[in-house]
Design a protein around this ligand. Structure first.
Ligand code: SAH
Length: 356
């Protein structure tokens, strides 16, 4: 009989497993604590259990670990981790240290089926969905790695803790096309790891029907929508998903989701700015009009180039002029500095060693 992977078990499944092993119910809580808070790599390391019990459990079960295949550091402090999965596939996670936070960008799928024209991950195609534990394990693995070594993330100025403080589901893949596993991962991250949902952001290319569904099923994490265009014509060209869920349908889904949120929550709209494609002042004005009535904020992301792409990043002046129109339209607008470009760790540059 093959061994059970304890990391793959939900809370309920762990309670079941403990019962099957003839152990009292409190053992489930204990094991979950050691896996998610103490981040042990093996049953042997759960030292709160007697040696006999650890041996007995090890006969029936094990704890899987992501395999670190490579770790690269950018000159701006960003780090990219390439992890191997049990079936030989691989994924990337990116740690972005800032003065007061360590944001970890995690993947939800191996590859991506969305084929957005400006994204390198889109070029490798879709391999498979990640399981909930493979999503959560990126956080566990990186937390272990950065607490074990002294390089090269700078210390936080506040709190002084070296761990991950913020999580963004913005790495490889489209999280809302892997909704069940993502929802389970969010439950584990918030309930078992004790992470605040306010410090988690999920980014989607706009799978409209899944947006209100996410809010019904998962803790209410921050939502980011990759809008990237203001007309269906341009969005169809940049993001094939728009042919299925055009802008109006997508924004209606956002309005519906907003009804499920508390009034102070805003939806973030990401807007990758591409030279002469979606960066005109007319686009900025249309964007103001489109977002009317949706409590929102906008992140402008100047396009990150990669080999083989024909798109170009607009000039700083153009980005600033675009921002100014949004600000005058009373929309909170930020220009996102993309970090880690020199190691292909910035938005849209992840390919996990696959040929794109
Ligand atoms: N599938 C999800 C999450 C992955 S993409 C989504 O589409 O939101 C994460 C963000 O990176 C998205 O906002 C996407 O529009 C942006 N992005 C992709 N390629 C980029 C590039 N080359 N330059 C800048 N941003 C990019």
């Amino acid at each position: 009989m093959s061994k059970i992977n304890l990391r793959a078990l939900s809370k309920a499944a762990m309670e079941e497993f403990v019962k099957e092993q003839g152990l009292p119910a409190y053992r489930a809580k204990q094991i979950l604590h050691w896996i998610y808070e103490k981040r042990v790599e093996s049953i042997k390391d759960i030292t709160e259990l007697s040696r006999e019990l650890r041996d007995k459990l090890s006969d029936a079960a094990y704890v899987s670990n992501l395999q670190l295949l490579s770790r690269q550091a950018s000159k701006d402090g960003t780090e990219k981790f390439l992890f191997g999965l049990e079936d030989g596939e691989s994924i990337e996670s990116v740690l972005i240290p800032d003065e007061d936070r360590h944001t970890l960008c995690i993947s939800s799928q191996v590859g991506c089926a969305m084929s957005c024209g400006f994204c390198l991950t889109g070029g490798i195609g879709f391999k498979r969905n990640l399981k909930a534990h493979e999503i959560v394990d990126q956080i566990i693995a990186v937390s272990r790695l950065i607490s074990k070594t002294n390089r090269p993330i700078p210390p936080l100025t506040k709190g002084g803790e070296r761990g991950v403080t913020n999580i963004v589901l913005m790495g490889m893949g489209e999280p809302l096309l892997n909704l069940d596993e993502v929802v389970e991962a969010l439950h584990r991250i918030t309930e078992l790891m004790g992470f605040s949902k306010r410090r988690i952001t999920l980014s989607t290319c706009g799978i409209a029907p899944a947006i209100p569904e996410l809010y019904r099923k998962a803790p209410h994490v921050n939502l980011a929508i990759s809008l990237n265009a203001t007309t269906d014509d341009v969005r169809n060209r940049l993001m094939p998903v728009n042919r299925k869920y055009p802008i109006r349908v997508l924004l209606d889904a956002c309005r519906k989701a907003q009804l499920l949120l508390s009034s102070r929550d805003r939806i973030t709209f990401e807007y990758v700015m591409i030279d002469s494609m979606n960066d005109s002042l007319a686009d900025a004005k249309r964007l103001v009009a489109l977002l009317k009535g949706i409590p929102s904020k906008v992140n402008l992301i100047p396009f990150n180039p990669f080999a083989g792409s024909t798109f170009k990043r607009p000039s700083d002046e153009r980005v600033l002029a675009f921002q100014e129109i949004l600000v005058r339209g009373k929309i909170y607008t930020f220009i996102r500095k993309s970090k880690g470009q020199d190691i292909l760790a910035a938005c849209g540059q992840l390919k996990a060693g696959y040929k794109a």
